[in-house]
Design a protein around this ligand. Structure first.
Ligand SMILES: [Zn+2]
Ligand SMILES: [Zn+2]
Length: 427
């Protein structure tokens, strides 16, 4: 059965937080290098981006798009939307992810939803209406749309996130919870965390990069088995017979920017246990800590890891209790290179040069991270980075978890090893 890898959540150069390099032409080049066969366009309601899409892409007849210039890559029209609505004393803010079958559906959505938001001003348009109403309007404009709750555990703009505080999909979406066929796990959580929450039983779990830059494309993705078509995607995401989700690739959740609790300005991070004993206020400034994904999961989810009967087979993590697709943890190659040389920013020349060199060999990043043998890795990226990749495969690394928007820090080598490496001037 054919297989394909999809990254269904990205943002274009029209999104305020995105790199200007996120043009369609660049995405068409980078997606195959990252091993992505099906790419969500992101921002499909934005008029400028939509124009760029219709200039360079044509519909493939199945509801997907293909580049006019040719190639095997397929794209699907996607967008992230925000619903803001009052709940008790506060405003809830919920992000949705949607995929739609073709430009006709985008047009209908734009004429229906356009008056309620400024589609040209913001790539993630905000709608002042209940999340359930937004879902309903998306489905009314185009019944074949696929709607997901985005990054479900992140604090600020997700269903279970600490700032919204819903403890079930039904609490947030009412009767329309059944139309949320799948949810996005997000960068600070993985299926293992979601499996612990019975509210997500029967929902498919999607992993995607939420990339704002080319190099982050595909850092998380979903692997499908079956037909690469809009119909195939629908079957897999709704759990219908036919195409199905084979598994997901997850950036290690502790690296995500909202894993632990904390306060960014004071550089205070706290685990759920520390928070339990020391309280929810920042010890430096006494403001409320931002409660992260891990703590929220512990608060609402009832199952223990033991109940899930988790096993690891050939790197894939699966639950023997739940009949759900397995997942595999990954650390993006750029982060591995940066950690090898003790470099903080991924933008350093050393990191970028080695990263480009690694991809120039014709292997995708996933093949480099998971499949290439040590000798091939060493020939491609040198012995140190090869060793680092192998250590990550075996789980020999340490992470200082992310919190309140601060990314987690990765350490692969001991300080002494990194110092020796610097002395040898291997880069
Ligand atoms: Zn979002
Ligand atoms: Zn503080």
């Amino acid at each position: 059965m054919p297989q394909f890898a999809a990254d269904l959540h990205i943002h274009s150069r029209f999104c305020g937080e995105s790199s200007l390099q996120m043009s369609l032409q660049n995405l068409l080049q980078w997606a195959p290098r990252k091993g992505i066969d099906l790419l969500g366009t992101g921002d499909c309601l934005h008029p400028g981006w939509c124009e760029e899409l219709s200039d360079l892409l044509v519909e493939d007849g199945s509801g997907l798009l293909r580049p006019k210039q040719g190639g095997a890559l397929r794209l699907v029209l996607t967008a992230e939307l925000e619903a803001i609505f009052p709940v008790e004393e506060r405003n809830a803010r919920i992000h949705l992810l949607m995929a739609v079958p073709g430009f006709g559906a985008v047009e209908r959505l734009r004429s229906d939803l356009g008056p309620a938001a400024d589609l040209g001003a913001e790539a993630i348009p905000s709608f002042r209406m209940p999340a359930a109403e937004l879902v309903e309007r998306i489905l009314n404009a185009s019944p074949q749309s696929l709607v997901a709750a985005a990054h479900v555990w992140s604090p600020c703009s997700s269903v279970y996130g600490s700032k919204n505080g819903f403890s079930s999909l039904a609490e947030c979406f009412g009767g329309l919870a059944q139309d949320i066929a799948f949810v996005e796990t997000g960068l600070s959580s993985d299926p293992g965390m979601c499996w612990r929450f019975a509210d997500l039983d029967g929902k498919r779990l999607l992993s995607a990069s939420a990339a704002n830059s080319l190099r982050n494309l595909g850092r998380e993705c979903t692997l499908f088995s079956g037909e690469l078509s809009y119909g195939g995607l629908t079957q897999a995401l709704k759990g219908l017979p036919g195409t199905f989700i084979q598994g997901t690739i997850e950036q290690v959740s502790e690296l995500g920017p909202y894993f632990f609790n904390g306060h960014r300005e004071c550089q205070i991070a706290k685990s759920p246990i520390e928070t339990h004993f020391e309280g929810r206020r920042c010890p430096a400034c006494r403001k409320q800590l931002t409660i992260g994904a891990f703590q929220r999961m512990l608060e609402v989810a009832g199952r223990t890891p033991e109940e899930l009967d988790i096993i690891v087979e050939y790197g894939w993590i699966r639950s023997r209790r739940l009949k759900v697709p397995p997942f595999r943890k990954a650390i993006p190659l750029q982060k591995i290179i940066a950690a090898t040389y003790g470099v903080k920013g991924r933008e350093s020349h050393t990191v970028q040069n080695l990263y480009e060199k690694a991809l120039s060999g014709g292997n995708t990043e996933r093949e480099i991270l998971f499949d290439l043998a040590e000798a091939d890795l060493a020939a491609l990226v040198g012995h140190q980075v090869a060793e680092a990749i192998l250590r990550v495969r075996e789980g020999y690394f340490r992470i200082t978890p992310g919190y309140d928007g601060v990314w987690g820090q990765l350490e692969i080598f001991e300080e002494r090893e990194t110092a020796e490496l610097l002395q040898l001037k291997l880069f």
